[in-house]
Ligand binder design. Structure first.
Ligand code: NCC
Length: 274
């Protein structure tokens, strides 16, 4: 039927893939101590219909001058330990939410418990787990131990809006990507960037993503905040990054100048099409 056809559109599959955040009532967290620390309120509960922007950490943001444009959005998402201080002209200084991977939460070098980068904003942390694994198995053996610092962080900041992403929904998102790719993609979860797109899109009136589709500023640098030259950060090594980016470009409604000169794609959550 026509409705079933529509549900298979990429935009609809993405909107319906729903990145799930773990809730206190979700077994096994309903009976274990960690669940008691989960935030009481849902993420984005007051944010429907806002203008949103995702700031990739790509090296080609250097020299973009996109800072004011970024800050003009209602909700600004950033990743991991990507700084704003000292880079305001290119990346702005407003941060509503950060998606952090389990390495950033757990490894001493990121100073997760003390760093100001992670205070007074919303946070969502993910860890890949294994394909088809249960939450019990995941909790017993995550890729990187994000649980210890999650507990410590929540004990010292009990009202923090800090959520854990259900690893099973990362694999659901991976399946959406695989469905639309002609080749088989690596069996590793999507990057924080694509997880962010899937999380934000349903709540936004429109979603801009900067320097995720590489623009003509492409300079080989991995991040705007470091001098490391590594094109794999842009085109993919472990994450199915190329598949994510092709998928996102397919959903883009901005013109070529905006995408390739300015480095901005715009995605509208067209629920009516689904
Ligand atoms: O580099 P990372 O990603 O923190 O970047 C965040 C998101 O920005 C987009 N990006 C980044 C660089 C670039 N040149 N082009 C881009 O499009 C991607 O969408 C990316 O997801 C991650 O996804 O969490 C990742 O984290 C790093 C690393 O763990 C953290 O930065 C902490 O140091 C991973 N690198 C390594 O593990 C070495 C990276 O693979 C994925």
């Amino acid at each position: 039927s026509e409705t079933n056809q529509k549900k298979k559109l990429p935009i609809c599959m993405l909107l319906n893939s729903k990145i799930k955040l773990l809730r206190k009532k979700d077994p096994p967290f309903n009976v274990n101590k960690l669940g008691q620390l989960f935030p009481k309120h849902k993420l984005f509960r007051k944010s429907k219909g806002k203008s949103c922007i995702i700031v990739s950490s790509a090296g080609s943001l250097t020299g973009s001058g996109l800072g004011n444009f970024i800050d003009s959005h209602d909700i600004v998402m950033r990743f991991n330990h990507a700084p704003t201080e000292g880079y305001e002209t290119d990346v702005g200084n407003k941060t509503s939410i950060r998606i952090v991977n389990s390495q950033v939460v757990s490894k001493a070098e990121f100073n997760f418990l003390e760093s100001k980068l992670f205070k007074n904003i919303s946070l969502a942390a993910w860890d890949p787990g294994k394909f088809n694994e249960t939450l019990e198995q995941w909790q017993a053996k995550p890729d990187f131990d994000l649980f210890t610092n999650y507990r410590k962080f929540m004990e010292s900041n009990p009202n923090a809006d800090f959520h854990l992403i259900d690893p099973r929904s990362l694999w659901d998102l991976w399946k959406v990507l695989q469905h639309f790719s002609n080749d088989s993609i690596p069996r590793n979860p999507p990057s924080s960037g694509f997880i962010g797109i899937a999380m934000m899109l349903p709540i936004c009136s429109y979603l801009d993503v900067v320097e995720y589709i590489p623009s003509t500023r492409l300079n080989g640098k991995c991040h705007y905040y470091s001098e490391e030259i590594n094109v794999r950060c842009t085109f993919g090594a472990w994450h199915p990054l190329a598949a994510e980016k092709l998928f996102s470009l397919h959903l883009n409604s901005a013109n070529d100048f905006t995408v390739f000169q300015l480095g901005i794609i715009r995605i509208r959550p067209n629920w009516d099409d689904c």
